[in-house]
Design a binder for this molecule. Structure first.
Ligand SMILES: Nc1ncnc2c1ncn2[C@@H]1O[C@H](COP(=O)(O)OP(=O)(O)OP(=O)(O)O)[C@@H](O)[C@H]1O
Length: 789
């Protein structure tokens, strides 16, 4: 690199660093001074005189407290602002920027050359001159999108043309330029190579300096209601989408908070894996959850099928499973619920003391007395109001009943006191000498404070109203919670009727099979267990009946690994987040739950949106693995041709075929030693949890952590993990345990084998008993080594 360039750039860097340092000092002293003034406000609290004897005194005290509160909160705010700025600046000083572009806006007559530097956040000096631009600023898009020459970029006011004359990339460490180079491409391969050559870790990193053009499209898209990102394993879907969250928070700053962005992730280990990226970018994490968490927390009394159960017992594409996960079923529930507007709502009586206080027939009458225009939610609301009125009017009737009289007779002293009000004592209490009465008297001071009743009748009347009101209170709660609707019975009724609402034949299901299946679901519901599919059905029906309108505050929803969702679940999410824009990521080749039908998913889900507002981006370049590993894994798929490996060299994958498990175990131990020397993060991936447990015991190596539940943390170093928990993660080295027909012997396991193999970045080893899986037959033999010893 030209010395002059280096000198000039160093000068600019020093100037920037100097300005940042200065700003850091100012911020530091402003934190100090707000701290001081916070202290003085705190001291002033001592001066607030509590005058509570007169009305005007109370008003004066309140005003003075309010004033102190205001001062306190203003100063707290400016302290938080200053602290945030301090944190950002400290980060910026470390790496102020990573790129520079020179360009002119070609529309103007005399284009003026502009130079901007791009970094993690923007920075301007005291004179408000921008020394660094945020990577998310519209103009920074030029850096990611194109090479030298004419380019256009989107601004909030429309498209802007520009002519780029220079693109320069920097690596700055500890305030010193380590490398800088000019490039003509979007992002130079050298920079990308550098970014990719790092070791993997248990935490994903941001890709802000090397975002690729196609990824930039995903990140900056604001027009689509549904953005569909389809990409091979390791093509940076997750990486791009996390950058997108950061972008959106910047683009809509002041209007959008991280709490309004939700990410549905494949498992909780994955949440742990990605939770550093946004903080690294200076943003707060969005809300992250799994679909299981979302669904199961709404049904706390039911055991919802876990990820492991779903993968190991329920992953079959039976016609019934396909039907239950389909949009046809979603429409069936909608139609069934619609019919409940006219009849068939399952209703329970409101019970009191073992008897119906308001009978189910009466409630049903009320429920259906409203005209056809009422929706289910409004019907419920109106019924609730009427029932509450009935309940209140019931008090007058109940007070005359014998049970009330009896209760009064049997009231203990404590119960009596509680009824007439805490601290109040009954006439004559002072004559009593029991310990409780004495204590009460001591607390109340000399002389009993009595609640005087004009007569015994008045006392009785008061008591009976109190007793009845208290006993009816739980009923009021039940009515408010709509307990008079029998949702379980309704759900069962739906299942029994469902075949009238969708076409069994189009799913090749015989009516008798459907009905038999329904009985098994009913039995499991009685045992308080539901599959995830049934849970979603249940919740949708519940929401329709109760008129839930979804979480309207959520503006952006991201779904990772969409191929593991059913169309029904996606439709349910759309229903549940009606105002959110959706970004969904998927690789149909990594569908590990539904095996055949994943390909219809895109069509199905898109059909729920206005077609004009659906966009899709396809990523074919992969970044995770070496060329050798990508070439190998893509052939496991039947249609993996359009996956492009990134040109990064490594060893060919090795398949060890060994005569028995004990030989496999010895080979595994050797591999573990090797990877330990290289300090690689290594995952030994088994197919099931049982396999993982057995292997961990057989191996008996304390340095290898067994991950058997998604609630665990991702350990550093070596882990044994079942396939479905490895989703979305990556490791320097992957060892596939039992890469043979005993685990991967049928075509429907092809995607699973691809998914686990594609977790590897640098080394991939397959351990097989006797011979390798039949699924490897599609891989050309020159793409891997076979070793039988
Ligand atoms: N533009 C980029 N610059 C540098 N690294 C990148 C870039 N894009 C992706 N990567 C890296 O490639 C790896 C794979 O990315 P990511 O996990 O986002 O892929 P994915 O498409 O979500 O994969 P999968 O479907 O297998 O879960 C990560 O280590 C990521 O940091």
């Amino acid at each position: 690199m030209d010395n002059k360039i280096k000198t000039d750039e160093t000068q600019y860097l020093n100037k920037t660093l100097y300005a940042m340092e200065k700003s850091l000092q100012t911020t530091k002293s402003s934190i100090k001074s707000t701290n001081k003034s916070l202290d003085s406000v705190a001291q002033n609290w001592g001066d607030v005189r509590l005058k509570t004897d007169t009305y005007s005194g109370i008003v004066e005290t309140a005003a003075s407290i309010r004033q102190q509160q205001q001062m306190l909160s203003e100063r707290e705010n400016s302290k938080t602002r200053a602290e945030r700025r301090f944190a950002t600046l400290t980060k910026q000083i470390d790496k102020p920027y990573f790129a520079r572009i020179d360009f002119s806006e070609s529309t103007s007559q005399h284009p003026e050359q502009e130079t901007i530097y791009i970094g993690l956040g923007s920075f301007s000096d005291e004179k408000n001159r921008f020394l660094v631009y945020d990577w998310r600023a519209p103009v920074a898009s030029i850096y990611y999108d194109g090479g030298i020459g004419n380019v256009s970029y989107i601004t909030p006011d429309g498209t802007q043309e520009a002519n780029v004359t220079l693109k320069r990339q920097f690596q700055i460490e500890d305030g010193v330029i380590v490398t800088l180079f000019d490039t003509e491409e979007a992002i130079g391969d050298a920079m990308l190579m550098n970014a990719l050559s790092g070791e993997s870790s248990t935490k994903m990193k941001s890709i802000v300096t090397t975002i690729q053009k196609e990824q930039n499209k995903i990140i900056r898209n604001t027009a689509a209601d549904l953005l569909f990102v389809q990409g091979a394993a390791g093509s940076g879907k997750t990486a791009a989408v996390l950058q997108r969250v950061a972008y959106l928070l910047y683009r809509y700053r002041g209007k959008l908070t991280s709490g309004q962005v939700v990410l549905f992730s494949p498992n909780q280990l994955f949440n742990d894996y990605i939770d550093n990226v946004l903080p690294e970018l200076g943003e707060q994490n969005m809300v992250q959850m799994t679909f299981y968490q979302y669904a199961s927390r709404r049904l706390p009394k039911i055991d919802v099928e876990t990820l492991q159960e779903r993968f190991e017992h329920d992953a079959k594409d039976t016609p019934i499973n396909l039907a239950k996960g389909s949009l046809a079923m979603f429409d069936a529930v909608t139609a069934y619920a619609d019919h409940l507007n006219r009849s068939d709502m399952k209703i329970r009586s409101v019970m009191f003391r073992g008897e119906p206080l308001i009978s189910k027939e009466r409630i049903s009458e009320i429920y259906y007395q409203y005209n056809d225009n009422y929706k289910l939610g409004q019907r419920l609301e109106a019924t609730r109001d009427t029932l509450m009125r009935i309940l209140s009017s019931q008090v007058g009737l109940e007070v005359r009943k014998d049970w009330v009289e009896l209760t009064i007779e049997n009231l203990s002293k404590q119960e009596y006191d509680e009824l007439v009000g805490a601290g109040k004592v009954r006439i004559g209490d002072d004559q009593e000498t029991d310990a409780a009465a004495r204590t009460r008297l001591a607390q109340l001071g000399e002389g009993p404070k009595e609640r005087e009743f004009a007569s015994e009748k008045a006392e009785r009347q008061f008591l009976s109203r109190q007793i009845v009101t208290q006993s009816l209170r739980p009923l009021a709660r039940q009515i408010r919670r709509a307990n008079f609707l029998n949702i379980n019975a309704q759900f069962i009724d739906f299942l029994r009727q469902a075949h009238h609402y969708f076409d069994l034949k189009s799913f090749n299901i015989a009516e008798s099979d459907w009905l038999a299946h329904v009985e098994t679901v009913i039995a499991s519901l009685r045992a308080k267990q539901l599959s995830l599919t049934d849970t979603t059905l249940y919740l949708y029906l519940y929401d329709l009946i109760t008129g839930k309108r979804g979480e309207r505050d959520i503006r952006f929803l991201f779904i990772d690994e969409i191929q593991d969702y059913t169309p029904f679940q996606l439709a349910f999410l759309k229903f549940s987040f009606p105002r959110a824009k959706f970004t969904v990521l998927g690789d149909l080749n990594q569908a590990i739950f539904t095996k055949d039908n994943a390909t219809n998913l895109q069509v199905d889900f898109s059909s729920l949106f206005d077609s004009e507002r659906v966009e899709s981006v396809k990523l074919t370049q992969t970044y995770r693995s070496t060329q050798q590993i990508t070439d190998f894994t893509k052939y496991i798929l039947r249609d993996g041709q359009d996956i492009d490996a990134f040109n990064r060299d490594g060893q060919k994958p090795v398949l060890y075929t060994l005569p028995n498990e004990s030989e496999m175990l010895s080979k595994l131990r050797l591999q573990i030693q090797q990877h330990a020397i290289n300090q690689d993060t290594t995952a030994i991936i088994t197919k099931t949890r049982a396999d993982a447990q057995t292997l961990a015991t057989a191996l008996g190596d304390k340095k290898v952590t067994l991950i058997q539940s998604e609630n665990q943390r991702l350990a550093k170093g070596m882990i044994i993990v079942p396939s479905y928990l490895a989703k979305g993660l990556e490791f320097d080295a992957v060892i596939i345990w039992h890469a043979d027909n005993s685990r991967y012997g049928v075509d429907s396991e092809r995607r699973l084998l691809y998914t686990v193999a594609s977790r590897a970045m640098h080394t991939l080893t397959l351990l097989a008993e006797n011979s390798g899986s039949i699924l490897l037959d599609t891989v050309p033999t020159d793409l891997y080594e076979v070793n039988n010893g």
